[in-house]
Design a protein around this ligand. Sequence first.
Ligand SMILES: C[S@@+](CC[C@H](N)C(=O)[O-])C[C@H]1O[C@@H](n2cnc3c(N)ncnc32)[C@H](O)[C@@H]1O
Length: 253
Amino acid sequence: MSSEHSFWHARYQQQAGWTLNTRRYIFGQIGISLDDRLIEVGSGSGAVLESLARDGYAHLCGIDLDLAALLDAKIAHPNICADGMSLPFSNASFSHSMCHFFLLWVSDPLIALQEMARVTKPGGWVLALAEPDYGGRISCPDALERLADLQTRALAHQGADIHMGRRLISLFTEIGLEDIFVGIIPAQCGGNAQPNAFLQDRDILNRDLAGLIDQEEFEALVCQAEKGSSENESMWFVPIFYAFGQVPRDKTG
Ligand SMILES: C[S@@+](CC[C@H](N)C(=O)[O-])C[C@H]1O[C@@H](n2cnc3c(N)ncnc32)[C@H](O)[C@@H]1O
């Protein structure tokens, strides 16, 4: 795996760790069983699928546009290079479909969700397991707020829908899912529970902000931010939403 891919895989594994407990809770609530056929759309290097395989889910399938990421994935299940907006499966091929940090990046999230619903059997669930909303972020003190603001702008510039979290409910409603639940991944946002939240994101920030801010200013802001962090005065938080809804049982007649 190239060092670039290792960097992203490590990042995706970290994110899959943030959402692990919520994922297990949701799967338990809606009764996803180890024998169900599950598809993850936008599965990237397979961090979530790896985690599901460790939990014992046996019938997994990953789809992504990025062939190099798929080839790097160290997983035993099918990993298919395809567009999430035109899934190469017939209707009702899977028990449930899911995505994780995907809808904010796809060019038309409504079509992607419609495709997920189409390939899910009636009565199965469509799950968006993690979609952030950068409009709801909280960062303090000032140095962190400035870095956060720059990062949000950089992500928008890279093509992310920075408000995807808040859009989930309307998207799920629009595609006709039933029994829709929407929530926010519980997070510890500071103090002893999460003293290094900002420091964990430093490398990502450095990449996101390249070209937007000169290195000297970046280092100065990071230095102030690290001081705030070590003195337990900082907060670095982005709400991450999830949603799940059921494909109507009479969808295919
Ligand atoms: C932030 S990554 C998340 C990867 C994985 N879901 C995870 O959480 O570890 C978003 C992924 O969506 C993929 N993606 C974006 N648009 C896509 C599309 N139209 N069809 C399939 N995958 C797409 C990207 O290639 C990338 O791998």
